[in-house]
Structure formats: C-alpha cells, structure tokens
Design a protein around this ligand. Structure first.
Ligand SMILES: C[S@@+](CC[C@H](N)C(=O)[O-])C[C@H]1O[C@@H](n2cnc3c(N)ncnc32)[C@H](O)[C@@H]1O
Length: 242
C-alpha cells in the first residue's frame, strides 16, 4: 500500500521572509503541494507571499483555499460557513495525502497563535484518523513587535496575555486591570475603543503600537494619541507593559 503523505503546518513569521526558520523553508521546499489560505475569495495570501520569497514555488502545486474571517467563540458551535471551509480543506488535503504526497500549509506568524491551521488539523483528523500532522513553529507577530520596539514582553514574575482587541469590553477591562503585559492583535478596526480604555487605566504611556512589523512599510507608534484618523492596517499589534 502507498505510504500516506504528511501534513505540515509551517509558521512563516510576520512578514520579513528572513524570519522564516531554516526548518520551515526546508519543509516548504520538500512538499510538492502547498495548501494556501486566503482570507478573501479573490485575494492574495500573505502567508504564500512570505513563503514564496524564500522558497521557489514555481514547481509546487498550489491549492488555494478560502477561509472566511469570522469570529470563533469558545464553547460555541462555529459558524456553518467556517465549519464548511475547514471540512472542505480537509477533504482536499486528505485526497492528496492518500496519493502519497506531502502537503505544507504556510501560515502567518506562529501556528499556535490564532491560526486557522489548527481548525484544519482537527477537521483532518475527523476526515481520516490516520493522518500525520507536524507543526513547524514560526516567529509570532507578538515576538517580532516586541523586538522592533525593543521591549521585553515579560520579565521576572510578570505575566503576559495575548488577546484579540475584538474581545468584549468587560473582558478587556478585566485583563488590563490584572495583567502585567498585554499584547493586542487584530487592533486595526477597534483602535479608538482600545485607546479610550487605555486612557481610563492610565496606560497610554506604557503602550507601543506597530503596524506592519518587519515589513518595508513598518510604522512605530510610541504616542498612541497621534494615530488620530489614520486607518490602521490589519497587520497591527499593540503591546502594553505596565
Ligand atoms: C489571525 S492573527 C495571526 C497571528 C499569527 N499566527 C502570529 O503568530 O503572529 C492576525 C494578527 O496578527 C498580527 N500580525 C500579523 N502580522 C503582523 C505584522 N507583520 N505586524 C503587526 N502585526 C501583525 C495582527 O495583530 C493581526 O491582526
């Protein structure tokens, strides 16, 4: 019987292709097929753009798959459209793995932090319990943002929380009041609300916001009040260290 291929989830880092690990690049290079996530049906894939700057994908079979951007809430059944996207991706991947070919799934930053990859892995296990999955870590936008800002995320007995800024207000207030360091992802659409809360907690001076960390258009905001009417890019991460 033909040996089944392996499904590799590869974290490609936050944007600068040099932040892709050697191992990530090696795995991408050896996989004949990449499952490429797209947030918009006809849009570009950032993960693919990063990966293909380091690894020549000219001879790679690219299987593009649209994963809608929708919220997933713990202990609630995910949106049907999302479940469908994960399941369809899994079915496509299982067919390829059964033909004996390995599949790589390049994903932004580190796969362990708010990545679609783990939902796809779960759907894969349901589609075929024998599927072998390997996860290659990547540099998260949180680590890269702290590096650019030259701030530690946590030292000594401090603790760090990473959250999407789209959490409900009471949860954000609770986290701001309790945690030593907070890294907000997905801050672009809700920035005015977050700024208001930071004012409330007198934390504006403790914050640094970076747009497009590690990319050419990178912008560092050390005075959050200056963001004003500027429309932040989706690639924006905010770090607060008390
Ligand atoms: C769906 S999460 C993915 C996080 C990713 N798995 C990671 O480890 O960085 C998307 C969020 O990551 C952050 N992000 C990703 N790339 C970024 C970059 N180059 N600069 C700043 N933030 C970035 C933004 O907060 C964005 O809204």
């Amino acid at each position: 019987m033909k040996k089944q291929g392996i499904f590799y989830v590869v974290g490609v880092g936050p944007g600068d292709p040099e932040l892709l690990t050697f191992k990530g690049a090696r795995i991408l290079k050896k996989c004949p097929v990449w499952l490429v996530p797209k947030a918009h049906a006809n849009g570009e894939s950032t993960a693919f753009a990063i990966a293909s700057q380091m690894v020549d994908a000219a001879d790679t079979e690219i299987v593009s798959h649209h994963f809608p951007m929708k919220h997933v809430h713990r202990n609630e059944r995910p949106d049907a459209e999302l479940l469908d996207a994960w399941q369809q991706a899994a079915e496509r991947v299982v067919d390829i793995l059964r033909s004996g070919r390995d599949v790589a799934f390049p994903t932004l930053g580190d796969p362990a932090i708010y990545s679609t990859a783990f939902y796809v892995c779960e759907a894969l296990q349901l589609a075929d319990a024998d599927v072998v999955v390997e996860v290659i870590p990547g540099v998260s936008a949180v680590g890269a943002t702290a590096a650019v800002a030259r701030v530690p995320l946590c030292l000594g007995d401090e603790h760090l929380v990473i959250i999407p800024a789209t959490f409900n207000d009471s949860r954000i207030r609770e986290i701001l009041s309790v945690c030593d360091s907070v890294a907000f992802m997905k801050v672009h659409r809700v920035f005015p609300k977050i700024l208001q809360m930071l004012e409330e907690f007198q934390l504006v001076e403790k914050a640094v916001l970076i747009e497009k960390t590690s990319l050419d258009e990178q912008k560092i905001w050390t005075d959050l009040r200056k963001v004003g009417e500027h429309q932040l890019h989706y690639f924006s991460t905010l770090i607060i260290r008390k």
